[in-house]
Design a protein around this ligand. Structure first.
Ligand SMILES: [Zn+2]
Length: 338
């Protein structure tokens, strides 16, 4: 199977963790950071290529990369390179997500607006490519609620250049606390996805249920641990809420013991809408085709399976229908917004 040739949709990719090794080495060197200049050491010290103890340890690896997103010029360049990566992967519909608070942290010269405009310039340079690109703004769940509110306000002010709002990182508040912000964002035309049900904890299905019922999430980031809860799978299925599944990521963050034991097949067989994604390709040293190859080898995915999941993802993409349809080879099903 030639994986690059399959027309693809990617709905869950963190822009900050979608980078070229050489660019990180070059920018890091220019900043005086101690970045290994040979690939093997770089991979060992900067990337996540084997499971660490837990999600928190994994998130810590983002800290070095965060420093690399250092100026308007670098942000524009790395965004454009991420778009080039998507095109190389055969991706036709791409949703990148980023956290303004994450990129801006410790950088007083970078306002949210400057960061966003730099990203838009990077995306704009990719307009020559045959690809539809949408941006999702992330609110970090670790932020105090007042900061989360400020970020949502920023996303609303830029609602014409974001397609959706996402919540990521470890839970520190009740999900219901976000409900007023989500309502405002939705009124401004933003759709909603939510990282939930990623960690293998007993509360995982309840988290996903709350994201769907209390926040009206249109999609769920990961959500794979609903597989043991028939009622939440039924809920997701009945409402057409798709899971953004990222197999290697789930292994590296110890969400599943191995990619072979990933429940993706069981979720599909249960009728849940499942999409295939890479999460943090640069940080994990993988690409989206790697995930396809893995699913083919370990889970027997055929070309028909890939086409089906890509059609689901095309329908579930938050990019306006006429734009995504213009780059997609098959008819995209029109879904009702929740
Ligand atoms: Zn994610």
């Amino acid at each position: 199977m030639n994986y690059k040739e399959i027309p693809k949709v990617e709905l869950h990719c963190h822009l900050e963790a979608c980078f070229r090794e050489e660019t990180v080495m070059e920018v890091g060197r220019s900043l005086g950071m101690d970045v290994p200049q040979d690939s093997a050491r770089f991979r060992g010290e900067w990337l996540l290529s084997k499971p660490l103890e837990n999600l928190q340890v994994a998130l810590q690896r983002f800290v070095d990369i965060q420093k690399i997103w250092c100026s308007e010029e670098v942000i524009e360049r790395m965004t454009f390179e991420a778009c080039e990566y998507a095109v190389e992967q055969g991706i036709r519909i791409m949703e990148f997500r980023y956290a303004p608070d994450f990129i801006a942290s410790g950088k007083p010269h970078l306002t949210f607006q400057k960061i966003h405009e730099s990203i838009l310039r990077g995306v704009g340079r990719a307009s020559e490519f045959d690809i539809a690109i949408g941006l999702i703004g992330i609110v970090q769940k670790t932020l105090p609620l007042s900061d989360a509110q400020r970020t949502v306000e920023f996303l609303i002010q830029n609602a014409d250049s974001f397609v959706a709002l996402d919540f990521a990182d470890k839970h520190t508040h009740e999900l219901a606390d976000y409900a007023p912000m989500v309502r405002k964002a939705r009124d401004a035309g933003l759709r909603v996805t939510f990282h939930a049900g990623e960690e293998p904890v007993p509360s995982a299905p309840a988290e996903v249920r709350a994201a769907i019922e209390d926040l009206g999430a249109d999609r769920i980031g990961h959500g794979i641990h609903i597989v043991n809860d028939e009622s939440v799978m039924t809920l997701a299925r009945n409402l057409g809420v798709a899971l953004e599944v990222c197999p290697t990521s789930n292994w590296l963050t110890s969400s599943v013991p191995s990619t072979r034991e990933h429940p993706i097949r069981r979720l599909i067989d249960a009728g849940v809408a499942v999409t295939i994604n890479s999460d943090d390709p640069g940080l994990f040293g993988i690409d989206l085709c790697h995930e396809y190859e893995l699913l083919h080898r370990e889970h027997g995915f055929s070309i028909e399976d890939f086409d089906r999941s890509n059609d689901v993802a095309a329908a579930q993409s938050f990019i306006p229908l006429e734009i995504k349809q213009s780059v997609w080879p098959r008819k995209i099903e029109s879904l009702q917004s929740r």
